[in-house]
Write a protein that binds this ligand. Structure first.
Ligand code: H2B
Length: 95
């Protein structure tokens, strides 16, 4: 099973993901996105969805018109893993 990131590893990785907020129990990270309109938001979501499917690692997310909220966590590990960091980096690179 994929290994959860330790409390030693987390701060360094999260320092680089400045826009992401760590949950109180350190099991997930969250970021909100605001786009010009629904078309922009859904285009972004489509790109994330393709990457998520390639990685077999999927976000918890919601969309209301131009707003997209994303929470990343690894369900099988019940916490944050390298996969969440990889997906967050990708999301930041296209946001
Ligand atoms: N996504 C996330 N975020 N966490 C998981 O543990 C996970 C996933 N597991 N996507 C994958 C799918 C698993 O259910 C399939 C069977 O590989």
């Amino acid at each position: 099973m994929i290994k959860k990131l330790t409390t030693d590893e987390l701060p360094k990785l999260l320092a680089e993901l400045k826009h992401w907020q760590l949950s109180a129990d350190s099991s997930s990270i969250h970021r909100s996105f605001k786009f010009a309109d629904f078309n922009e938001a859904f285009g972004f979501m489509t790109r994330v969805a393709i990457k998520a499917q390639e990685m077999d690692h999927h976000p918890e997310w919601s969309n209301v018109y131009s707003q997209v909220d994303i929470t990343l966590s690894t369900h099988t590990a019940k916490g944050l893993t390298d996969r969440d960091i990889t997906l967050a980096r990708f999301i930041d690179s296209i946001a």
